[in-house]
Design a protein around this ligand. Structure first.
Ligand SMILES: Nc1ncnc2c1ncn2[C@@H]1O[C@H](COP(=O)(O)OP(=O)(O)O)[C@@H](O)[C@H]1O
Ligand SMILES: [Mg+2]
Length: 342
């Protein structure tokens, strides 16, 4: 890397040497946040806020350049305990949701990576990964720094499996910071809770908006002012973001959910959804994903396609294939249980 002059930006540069392509980022002489957290499990709140502000600045720059980090964890944060400044490293490792299964065998994966991954990155929900996925991860990091553990990995509890951790990200509301730490003012706790929303629309939308609130929080802490203030005032984006929420299908959703509850009682059931193409059938069925996951159920889907009519059972095999690939990511004893049951 010494031969290259890397441009002074946080977005990697594409370089060609001897016909080989590579991406280069600046070399920064700092320790990782996870190393810093080895000596002190939690940071003082002001220090954590300063770290958050510094990370917001990094994210602002990345996001402005249409780059999503996708892997913000204490391992990828370079941190200087002296001034609380931080920078992001390893923004080249892009892992797709489909690759998650391959990492299940890695013991450190749950603790070091998955603990910081947004619901949409866990690959079980319909939401797309975007800049708000980075903001969720940042929320997990701040949580970790303030109370000493990430939102769903409580130290004294049983070791958590990949599946359980994914389930927590998708369906479980973490304990609030203020309920875990007496020193944590409500506004800090609320900021982190907003970052940890499952639905991207309900999170902070921009790093600038978050930074603005973190700066106010820091000022308030300095003046020992614990009173609330209006959050997300500057959290405005000039981009048009299509909402992922379902509109005007309450009755249909309710009917499907009632049927699902019925099936959970042990009876076999089938529901048919019909309608013209584009009317919203798939979108309606997707509404079942979260309630099913909440009950530790399994959701799978397949798509009928007018061009694969010649393949018998193509869609059923697609849906079952997805299910099997998922089951294969489970632990050895769960796999054995499946083998016995099938
Ligand atoms: N009730 C709804 N609220 C919000 N978006 C919807 C709704 N119904 C459909 N959409 C959107 O319209 C598009 C087409 O819907 P889709 O479910 O794919 O149709 P179908 O499966 O019936 O062909 C998708 O982008 C979907 O997200
Ligand atoms: Mg469809």
């Amino acid at each position: 890397m010494a031969n290259f002059s890397v441009f002074d930006d946080r977005v990697p540069e594409l370089i060609t040497t001897n016909g080989n392509l590579s991406l280069a980022t600046p070399y920064i002489e700092q320790q990782t946040l996870s190393d810093a957290l080895k000596t002190q499990p939690a940071l003082p709140i002001k220090t954590a806020l300063k770290l958050g502000i510094s990370l917001c600045e990094c994210l602002e720059q990345l996001h402005q350049n249409n780059w999503i980090h996708k892997g913000i964890t204490p391992n990828n944060i370079l941190y200087s305990a002296k001034d609380g400044s931080a920078s992001l490293a390893d923004d080249l490792s892009v892992i797709s949701a489909g690759q998650l299964g391959q990492l299940v065998a890695e013991t450190s994966y749950c603790e070091e990576s998955l603990a910081y991954q947004s619901p949409e990155q866990c690959g079980r929900v319909r939401l797309d990964i975007d800049r708000r996925s980075d903001l969720y991860a940042l929320g997990c990091v701040l949580y970790r720094c303030i109370v000493g553990h990430s939102p769903f990995l409580v130290p004294s509890a049983q070791p958590v499996s990949t599946q359980n951790l994914i389930h927590s990200h998708l369906a479980e509301i973490p304990q609030t910071l203020e309920s875990l730490s007496a020193e944590c003012p409500r506004y800090v706790s609320q900021i982190v809770s907003i970052l940890l929303h499952k639905e991207t629309e309900k999170r902070y939308q921009t790093a600038q908006g978050l930074k603005h609130d973190l700066l106010i929080a820091l000022q308030r802490l300095d003046s020992q002012d614990n009173s609330d203030f209006v959050l997300q005032r500057k959290d405005i984006t000039d981009e048009i973001v299509l909402p992922s929420i379902l509109l005007g299908r309450n009755e249909e959703t309710q009917r499907l959910l009632t049927l699902y509850q019925h099936v959970c009682g042990g009876v076999l059931g089938v529901a048919y959804v019909t309608g013209l193409s584009g009317i919203g059938k798939s979108r309606l069925v997707q509404e079942l994903e979260a309630p099913i996951l909440l009950r530790q159920g399994l959701f799978t889907s397949g798509k009928y396609n007018q061009f694969s009519k010649h393949q018998p059972y193509a869609t059923i095999s697609q849906a079952i294939g997805k299910l099997i690939r998922f089951i294969l990511t489970e632990t050895e004893d769960r796999l054995q249980a499946w083998k016995q049951n099938i």
